[in-house]
Write a protein that binds this ligand. Structure first.
Ligand SMILES: Cc1cc2nc3c(=O)[nH]c(=O)nc-3n(C[C@H](O)[C@H](O)[C@H](O)COP(=O)(O)OP(=O)(O)OC[C@H]3O[C@@H](n4cnc5c(N)ncnc54)[C@H](O)[C@@H]3O)c2cc1C
Length: 291
């Protein structure tokens, strides 16, 4: 990564999210290197990290503190034949295409998941075809006191849609791949993408699955199926609606309000609890002032 320069702080800056709704950041910085990330976290009391905004809903009133976007921390270095050192801001879908072309297998099962590499590691992004944890070798993080640490994979408590990495900025990661045939990897990627397009409303404004799949009687159960069976498919609240195609997707109309989606998630959660006695947990991260 580059050597430190002083990153400008933008005021009232837009926060691009896949919901296409929500307020602005009182302050936003786009550091280009790890030293600058460390300086920013040391000098600001409240720091929130923005990846690609694909799992994020910002309240309409916007957000206080400093938002740190890692979009400029986007270098890729080859460590050895099968290991890449990847900046947290690297776009995951583009990385998947690049690694598939190089015949490096491991990420093709994550086709169609919008994310930065840092955001994907933070949430342990994945699905039926795999999760990013299986490629992680080490993660370089900046703690909130500005200390930089390298954490090995086996010290990270990856689980379903979580990394256990709390109160740190994921700055870069070494990902390990297996050598494969580019044509076979490309076919696999196409298959995964086709499945996602067929089953999910990929073109609408959402953050993917709004809720995590809960464990019911010891088994991981589809939150979408529970929401559907609670009669919520197509349920509308102001500018937000439960998708007809996939009940775990909450969509916001063009020009709609984040608050409508936040309230709709509460309504859905309550209905699922009333009809099935299951407490579903939000997967979408919500940023609100003062929290
Ligand atoms: C159409 C669509 C389909 C989707 N399908 C899937 C799917 O199949 N599987 C799946 O798992 N997800 C899916 N998602 C959700 C989303 O793609 C993932 O959760 C992804 O990991 C979010 O990454 P991001 O960079 O956008 O993070 P953001 O949304 O920007 O941030 C999410 C959280 O991670 C934190 N964070 C981000 N970057 C860092 C960092 N560098 N260091 C520390 N914390 C960080 C943020 O502070 C926030 O708390 C989908 C979303 C959409 C819109």
């Amino acid at each position: 990564m580059n050597t430190a320069t002083t990153t400008p702080i933008e005021r009232n800056a837009a926060i691009p999210t896949w919901f296409g709704a929500g307020g602005t950041a009182d302050a936003l910085a786009r550091p280009t290197c790890i030293d600058e990330i460390a300086r920013l976290v040391r000098t600001h009391e409240t720091v929130r990290i923005l990846g690609d905004g694909a799992n994020l809903l910002v309240d309409d009133d916007g957000i206080d503190g400093l938002v740190v976007s890692l979009e400029n921390c986007n270098t890729i270095e080859r460590v050895d034949e099968t290991t890449l050192r990847i900046g947290a801001g690297v776009n995951l879908p583009k990385l998947i295409i690049e690694t598939v072309k190089l015949g490096l297998g491991g990420l093709e099962g994550l086709g169609g998941i919008p994310a930065t590499v840092g955001g994907a590691i933070a949430m342990n992004a994945g699905g039926a075809y795999g999760e990013i944890a299986s490629c992680v070798h080490t993660v370089r993080v900046v703690r909130m006191d500005g200390e930089v640490h390298t954490i090995n994979r086996d010290a990270i408590d990856f689980g379903y849609r979580r990394s256990g990495l709390r109160d740190v900025v994921i700055a870069e990661a070494d990902l390990v791949f297996t050598q494969g045939d580019p044509a076979a990897l490309r076919d696999r990627l196409k298959e995964v993408m086709a499945y996602k397009k067929r089953t999910q409303p990929m073109a609408d404004n959402s953050a993917g699955c709004a809720f995590k799949n809960p464990t019911v009687n010891g088994e991981r159960t589809s939150a979408g199926a529970l929401i559907d069976r609670s009669g919520c498919k197509g349920l509308r609240h102001g500018s937000a609606v439960v998708s007809d195609k996939h009940a775990n997707f909450i969509l916001i109309d063009q020009g709609g309000k984040a608050r409508d989606a936040i309230e709709l998630m509460d309504i859905v959660k309550q209905r699922v609890h009333e009809s099935h006695g299951v407490a579903i947990e939000r997967e979408v991260v919500i940023w609100r002032r003062g929290q």
